[in-house]
Every structure is written in structure tokens, then in C-alpha cells.
Write a protein that binds this ligand. Sequence first.
Ligand code: DAT
Ligand code: MG
Length: 140
Amino acid sequence: MAVTRTFSIIKPDATRRNLTGAVTKKLEEAGLRVVASKRIHMTREQAEGFYAVHKDRPFFGELVEFMISEPVVVQVLEGEDAVKRNRDIMGATNPAEAEEGTIRKEYALSIGENSVHGSDSDENAKTEIAFFFDEDEIVG
Ligand code: DAT
Ligand code: MG
């Protein structure tokens, strides 16, 4: 497996409860290195653009409102097979279905307020990283 990058968001339900460090610790313990990180308050335009793939889903409005409700921490993570490694430590979208020890099992409040985002493919990781970071902000 090659060393690759993925994109992560620590979502408003987690930043609000002061869980930025706790979530990052889980990521690091899973073998992922934080090579870029910034705390931002997403604009509506950013949230709608980032989640455009979900624009026809019934939860889209709720998702956008949630993502702009409080600051988030956007991160680039690097490691062996980073996309899968991150998805594994995140756990299932619905915390009720997430495995023991995963971030969502431990911290998520609901299927909507589920503490973290993670890219689902190498291709999407590249697009999502470029959506929030300039290349010179990433220090591997
Ligand atoms: P994931 O974040 O695990 O990749 P996804 O891409 O299917 O999940 O959905 C993106 C986000 O949208 C998800 O993290 C939370 C929200 N969401 C998904 N399904 C939902 C639902 N049935 N009700 C409310 N929010 C939902
Ligand atoms: Mg997704």
C-alpha cells in the first residue's frame, strides 16, 4: 500500500463540545499524520459547494445548516492507504451502526451530527483537499 492523502472535517457537533483534540488523537492513533489543519467557519456557499453531490437528497438543507452552524476544523491526513484507514476509524455514517472504538461510535450524536467527514475515494480526496487548501499549506 502506498502513502496517500485524504481530507477530513471535524464537524460542528465535535468542535462545539471541545472534541477537536480527542478526534485528532483517534486519527493519529490510527496511523494518520495531520499534514495540514485549519479552523474555519464555513460559508453557506462553501458548504453547498462541498456537498453538491448530495443536493437532491432530502437532508441537504439540514446538512448545510449544520455545517455552517459553528466552526469546523478541516485537515489533510497522510498515511498508508489514508482514505480507507480514515473511513475505518470514522465508523459508519449512522453512529448506531458504527463499530466499537470508532470516532462516530464514541462521539457522534446522530446520523446528521456525526462528528467527522472523510473522503470516500482517492479521486474525491484530491478534489476535497483542493477545495479548502492551497498546496503550500500542506506540509508533509
Ligand atoms: P459519510 O459522511 O459517512 O460519507 P454520506 O456521504 O452518505 O456519509 O453523507 C454525508 C453526510 O450527510 C453524513 O455524514 C451526514 C449527512 N447524512 C447522510 N445521510 C443522512 C440522513 N439519512 N439523515 C440526515 N443526515 C444524513
Ligand atoms: Mg460521504
